[in-house]
Design a protein around this ligand. Structure first.
Ligand code: UDP
Ligand code: MG
Length: 321
């Protein structure tokens, strides 16, 4: 009797922003790996508003290979949105995320699929064990960030774990259900839970093109991560407020007692200026923290779509979400 068991399908999502040079390399490497799997597969290339010929490269690939699905955004929405659009439009039983610059070695897909096929895991993810090629200062800040976020937030984030992973459909649905506008995937993957199998690999340099991350971009990203997954900065502001109020009270007592004992010599305006400056600074700082949360809340309340697709070769497309 013929084997009627349906083959599982893998949807591999590739966010691309100005990757015209890297994409052909990526395609060759990845197809080599995927064609050896027993799973059926599709490669979902998401053009995140590239200014170069990325879309044309995608279209050419899709003409010669029916496994290629391309989604092209109406503008640059960011990698998080590109991944979200990919997951929303994936039809596979397994859903994977991978960078287009070959910094995520495609050979690891095999190990990830093996782990998932065992049935013991809902997700197989890769984490790089070193930061070769990154600057010292960037590495230092990254390490501090992970230490901090793991102390103050309820989602555990693992240093070196990027977006390179393959999930079951069940987990992917959970990820989609977190439809927040301010997306911080590292936190989302950890927040939804499920059993994750970890694979370690050494950092690889980009095959072509340049990274789109500036140092300040990363700092902003880190702040996003903290604000999205923790209220600790708000608690900190309250704590400082309370602590200074108490200090002020003690100082007040001190002044009253001093007045009773020694009378009222007019002095102390330097103290006064210092107190005003410190208090003013702290108030602004606390306001800034609240502002971060209010700003995020404002964006969430507007409920704008995460992405808008202007062009694609897919039928039954979730065009805007
Ligand atoms: N990317 C994207 N939209 C953006 C920025 C980046 O889709 O606005 C994609 C990019 O094409 C690549 C992946 O996200 O496939 C990772 O980006 P990059 O290599 O610049 O980041 P890094 O590896 O330095 O963290
Ligand atoms: Mg990269």
């Amino acid at each position: 009797m013929a084997n009627t068991k349906k083959k599982n399908k893998l949807s591999l999502i590739v966010p691309c922003f100005n990757e015209e040079e890297a994409l052909p390399f990526f395609y060759n490497e990845t197809v080599k790996v995927l064609s050896e799997l027993k799973e059926d597969y599709e490669i979902i290339l998401v053009n995140d508003g590239s200014g170069d010929n990325t879309l044309k490269v995608m279209k050419d690939l899709s003409k010669k290979d029916k496994h290629i699905v391309y989604l092209s955004f109406s503008r640059n929405f960011g990698k998080e949105s590109a991944m979200y659009a990919g997951i929303c439009n994936a039809s596979g039983d397994y859903i994977g995320l991978i960078d287009a610059d070959l910094q995520h070695p495609p050979v690891l897909i095999k190990d990830m699929i093996t782990a998932l096929e065992s049935g013991k895991y809902d997700c197989a993810a890769c984490r790089r064990v070193d930061r070769k090629g990154d600057s010292k200062i960037r590495t230092w800040f990254a390490r501090k960030f992970y230490k901090l976020i793991n102390i103050i937030s309820d989602a555990r984030m693992i240093d070196g774990a990027g977006d390179f992973r393959i999930m079951t459909r069940e987990m992917a649905e959970a990820v989609i259900s977190m439809s927040e506008y301010n997306r911080f995937s590292k936190g989302i993957f950890s927040w939804v839970g499920f059993n994750t199998y970890w694979i370690e690999y050494e950092n690889v340099e980009r095959v072509a093109g340049t990274t789109s991350w500036s140092f300040w971009g990363l700092v902003k990203y880190a702040i996003d991560g903290i604000v999205n997954f923790s209220n600790a900065p708000l608690d900190l502001a309250s704590f400082f407020g309370l602590a200074t109020t108490m200090l002020a009270f003690v100082y007040l007592l001190f002044i009253v007692i001093k007045y009773i004992l020694y009378g009222d010599p007019v002095a102390g305006w330097p103290t006064l200026v210092c107190v005003i400056l410190v208090m003013g600074g702290m108030q602004l700082f606390a306001l800034g923290i609240i502002g971060q949360y209010v700003g995020k809340t404002y964006m969430e309340v507007k409920n704008r779509p995460h992405y808008i697709i202007s062009e694609s070769n897919k039928r039954n497309l979730t065009k805007i979400k």
